[in-house]
Ligand binder design. Structure first.
Ligand code: NAG
Ligand code: NAG
Ligand code: NAG
Ligand code: NAG
Ligand code: NAG
Ligand code: NAG
Ligand code: NAG
Length: 515
């Protein structure tokens, strides 16, 4: 009897998964949360009910999703000394597709460098129910600069029948197993989209991975067939895709090798139209993968003028479903430029498809990795809010995991990542950027619809984006970039309000049922 009681007790103890707080470590640039085989912080579970609100908070001084809750008040009267945010759920904007990062080779290499029990903590952190639940992720078609070598799926010169087409060890070792695990942890397939950096060199004018080079016109159809084969081969591994982009950063393919060594392939707008209209579009739409979302652009804001002849081409637009944009020149071009990504086509959308901190190292402005940097988290938040306010359906990070130098990258293009690993000490570090993006990915779930949120004029340092989720929970992300704590009244579209303290330099997600 005692044994049975003990067994029952212990099993009920196991069933209650308590959330863990950040195991904080100070760094030169700020703080990180340390995870190892024994310990990793997690996100407290969502527990909202009518009349109550829950707030998750991460601040510069306290990383982790600190959760508090309280009662909503009904009278809706203004509270003296409290600044206000007011929602209007009658005004609706875009539907959210998701948030996430990229399954680069380097991401897989770094995860694999950890013991298995640490690997599972890391995968849980990104994809599990106690993690930030990434839902929209990118997969490179072949190698990128975040690989250990240049490679494609057919490096046999002049193999115009694609007889030697084959996925590589890199796919089987670094990408596929982690994508499969991520799908299992999520309990549903993650919406994956694929992007190619380059065709095999022999299909290109410069016969090289990088530098100024274009797809030879005689291989336009072959390159479309090659991409279709990629989807077929990944499907054999139970990895199915939601979408694809037409080319990673086509502008890179105009830049000489001495300046930029990133694997690339250039496309002028008319070349791109011809390839989509005559090759890629028909090939995909006449295949088993006809429902793939085809996204154009996949390049930075500064190159948006080059999108105009593409997004205005009727034939191209018969095949394109949406557009994708990278963040690398966002500090130069105001977010209003994102309007160029919009179209009246039914169901049209755009997402932000790549971002990372540390790329300005080439100009001597910053270090590739600034471990623990809150400034970098802030730049993620500002960019995500800019994109969402402009209508983006999602925001996707670059490498999900790098080492502490910002690699590996075979061309030495080291940059930062939300999670860094230290294989020697068998631990990994969640940087402030992890929490910044997590405040969106975790709570602004796919299918959420953005609603209007107006911020009181006195709240100069506050930015807000609000959403109605498919489970009818309202999620409001509030970012305070100022150095003062704010006493804030959040009013819903009806008569309810919550009075919340918003810490200095913090990101917060408030969740509740509207009334
Ligand atoms: C809320 O949005 C609707 C639809 O755009 C608008 O008609 C209404 O005036 C707004 N309400 C307030 C209080 O601004
Ligand atoms: C591939 O084709 C090109 C163009 O026809 C030719 O110059 C080259 O020698 C061929 N390479 C091989 C290895 O057959
Ligand atoms: C794919 O999924 C099926 C059914 O769940 C399973 O039997 C098969 O082993 C999986 N294949 C791979 C390569 O994971
Ligand atoms: C649109 O693209 C097609 C190729 O798909 C091309 O033939 C046509 O000239 C383009 N139209 C314009 C107006 O540029
Ligand atoms: C990368 O850096 C290493 C070590 O500094 C150097 O040996 C190598 O040539 C560099 N590679 C490239 C592509 O710049
Ligand atoms: C990783 O951890 C080890 C052991 O604690 C430490 O000596 C080293 O400095 C850390 N960083 C790197 C980059 O290896
Ligand atoms: C959300 O609210 C709508 C309208 O009140 C209702 O029809 C729907 O069933 C609700 N959905 C869920 C998941 O509760």
């Amino acid at each position: 009897m005692i044994i049975v009681t003990l067994l029952l007790l212990s099993s009920s103890l196991v069933a209650v998964t308590l959330s863990q707080s950040c195991n904080i470590r100070d760094t030169d640039e700020g703080t990180v949360c340390v995870c190892n085989a024994k310990y990793c912080d997690s996100v407290p579970s969502l527990d909202v009910s009518t009349g109550k609100y829950q707030v998750y908070s991460t601040s510069k001084t306290k990383l982790g999703f600190e959760s508090t809750s309280g009662d909503l008040t009904e009278d809706g009267t203004e509270i003296e000394g409290a600044s206000a945010i007011t929602l209007n759920s009658t005004t609706k904007y875009q539907t959210i597709i998701g948030f996430g990062g990229a399954f680069t080779d380097s991401t897989g290499i770094n995860i694999k460098s950890l013991p298995e029990d640490v690997q599972s903590k890391l995968m849980e952190s990104y994809f599990g129910k106690s993690g930030v639940e990434y839902s929209l992720c990118r997969v490179p078609i072949g190698g990128t600069d975040f690989s250990t070598r240049g490679y494609s799926y057919d490096d046999v010169e002049n193999d115009t029948a694609l007889e030697h087409f084959a996925l590589q060890e890199d796919d089987f070792d670094y990408k596929i197993p982690f994508i499969q695990q991520a799908n299992e942890l999520r309990g549903a397939p993650i919406q994956l989209f694929a992007s190619a950096w380059t065709a095999p060199p022999w299909m290109k004018t410069n016969n090289d991975w990088a530098g100024t080079g274009f797809l030879k016109e005689e291989f336009y159809q072959l390159w479309a067939d090659y991409i279709l084969k990629f989807f077929e081969e990944y499907a054999k591994q139970n990895v199915t895709f939601w979408g694809m982009t037409t080319q990673n950063e086509p502008i890179d393919g105009f830049v000489p090798n001495v300046i930029l060594k990133i694997n690339d392939m250039g496309w002028s707008p008319s070349q791109m139209n011809k390839w989509i209209g005559e090759n890629l579009g028909p090939t995909i739409r006449n295949s088993k993968y006809k429902d793939l979302k085809i996204m154009i652009h996949d390049d930075s804001r500064i190159t948006l003028p080059l999108l105009l002849p593409i997004i205005n081409n009727e034939t191209t637009m018969k095949y394109a479903d949406g557009a994708a944009v990278h963040w690398y020149t966002d500090f130069l071009i105001p977010s209003i430029a994102l309007d160029l990504l919009k179209s009246d086509k039914e169901g049209w959308f755009f997402i932000s498809s790549e971002a990372c901190a540390g790329s300005l190292k080439v100009l001597g402005f910053e270090e590739p990795v600034e471990k623990g940097s809150w400034r970098r988290a802030a730049s993620y938040i500002d960019d995500i809010v800019d994109n969402l306010e402009q209508g983006a359906g999602g925001w996707v990070d670059w490498n999900m995991v790098l080492d502490e130098t910002g690699g590996p990258t075979y061309i030495n293009n080291t940059v930062d990542s939300p999670i860094l690993v230290n294989a020697t000490s068998k631990e990994f570090y969640k940087q402030p950027m992890f929490y910044a993006l997590g405040h969106f990915s975790k709570f602004v779930i796919p299918g959420s619809v953005r609603i209007e949120a107006s911020v009181g004029e006195d709240l100069e340092d506050v930015r807000v984006v609000a959403f109605e989720r498919p489970d009818n929970v309202t999620a409001v992300v509030i970012y305070n970039s100022g150095s003062d704590e704010i006493n804030l009244q959040l009013r819903d579209s009806g008569s309810q309000s919550a009075t919340i303290k918003i810490k200095a330099m913090s990101i917060n997600t408030v969740l509740f049922y509207e009334k």
